[in-house]
Design a protein around this ligand. Structure first.
Ligand code: GCU
Length: 398
């Protein structure tokens, strides 16, 4: 009976995933329209950007603003108070290998309060503050089980601890429930003016806001090296991780797993998921202005290579999976490639090849890393092992 029921649910969820993918979805490379990407190294008034200084002073703020205004909404920085309390800890977690901390982060603004639950494991054998990975968890909370009775490939905490990293997670529902009728019941309660604005933040920016509050906490925890924190997310969480890292330069690394449309993939290729589809299926993810670009990706003043550029010179790792054409693997690789010139301004030479590497051939050298894993749209131990190599490569060579 139980297995019959689970087959029923698998079929229903497969059908509902299918339902989001319109028959007109293009998966044919030959049908990708001819497109021109907006120039990342030219200001709105046509001035060529030739140095990191000019990028930071003139163009970067402009690009950040374009993304906030037209796509994600801003990530507000002001609030009245933030409090951290240790709700539970176990110094002998994972057979003595890790120190578990469950921290409640409370943020107050205009007499409203929001609470974020942080689950954190820190390696016990660390001789100095630990570098950390923070996952914005968009799947079930059981994936980040603090008791470790449930172990999931989505957040393989033991693997991270063995590799000398602290591993943390927050759940999207604490910041903005992932539902078009519920998303306002979180961070947006603190910022009602955002809710009323056409360019105001929605769920993706709210998730990114939460990641920054964890960073506020990390800066107070002597066991964490807050200068070496990687922000990580899968799919919708991967979109949020990019926007979080673009806004908060305290994140040392950004990892965006299978983030696809309005994540790491170029919009103008119109391959797989399109802007209209994402805006219709998930109207609560991006701001109201973004709906203007439904069926008109070519009018966007930015494309996603510019989101990656905003994170420069900090390293970015984007991934795909071979069975996930919906997230446009080639468009993701091209996005990274088209951000290379911004890294170049900082003297950071990209190690990416000219064309996308084959399946299961990770390029884990910073500043721009990529792999296309064989298999489904997912976050797995395979992916995490590459992220660890990427972080190792970066921190050791810095
Ligand atoms: C849907 C959506 C994608 C998203 C994905 C996910 O497939 O269309 O944009 O990345 O869900 O978050 O798993």
């Amino acid at each position: 009976m139980k297995s019959l029921l689970s087959i029923f649910f698998i079929v229903i969820s497969a059908l509902s995933i299918k339902a989001q993918r319109p028959a007109t979805t293009n998966y044919d490379e030959a049908k990708v329209p001819v497109y021109t990407l907006p120039e990342v190294l030219k200001t709105g008034s046509g001035k060529a950007i030739k140095s990191a200084k000019a990028w930071e002073k003139l163009r970067r703020p402009e690009v950040l603003e374009l993304f906030a205004e037209n796509i994600y909404g801003p990530i507000p920085k002001d609030f009245d108070e933030i409090k951290f309390s240790l709700k539970n800890e176990d110094r002998n977690s994972m057979n003595g290998k890790a120190h578990l901390k469950e921290v409640l982060i409370e943020v107050f603004r205009n007499h409203k309060r929001i609470a974020i639950n942080l689950t954190l494991f820190i390696p016990n054998n660390a001789k100095s503050p630990s570098p950390a990975f923070l996952l914005i968890n968009n799947r079930g909370k059981e994936n980040t089980d603090p008791t470790r009775l449930v172990k999931s490939e989505f957040w393989p905490a033991e693997v991270l601890i063995e590799s000398g990293y602290a591993i943390a997670a927050i759940h999207v529902s604490d910041m903005a429930p992932d539902d078009k009728n519920e998303f306002m019941n979180g961070v947006l309660q603190l910022y009602p003016e955002q809710l009323n604005a056409n360019n105001g933040m929605r769920a993706i920016a709210a998730w990114g806001w939460g990641a920054s509050r964890v960073m506020d906490y990390f800066e107070t925890d002597p066991q964490i090296d807050a200068k070496r924190v990687a922000i990580t997310g899968h799919s919708r969480g991967g979109k949020a991780s990019l926007w979080a890292a673009a806004n908060d330069q305290r994140f040392a690394l950004c990892i965006s797993n299978c983030s696809g449309n309005t994540g790491a993939a170029l919009a103008r290729r119109q391959f797989g998921e399109r802007v209209k589809v994402i805006n219709t299926t998930f109207p609560h993810w991006f701001n109201t202005n973004y709906k203007k670009y439904n069926d008109h990706e070519e009018l966007l003043p930015v494309d996603q290579h510019m989101l990656i550029s905003l994170i420069a010179p900090r390293p970015v790792y984007a991934t795909n999976a071979s069975e996930d054409l919906w997230a446009d693997p080639k468009g993701t690789f091209l996005s990274l490639k088209n951000a290379e010139n911004v890294y170049g301004l900082y003297g950071k030479k990209s190690k990416l090849p000219e064309v996308a590497p084959g399946l299961n051939t990770p390029i884990t050298e910073p500043p721009l890393a990529y792999h296309n894993r064989e298999g489904k749209h997912d976050l797995r131990v395979y992916d995490w092992k590459q992220f660890i190599r990427f972080a190792d490569n970066y921190y050791r060579k810095k």
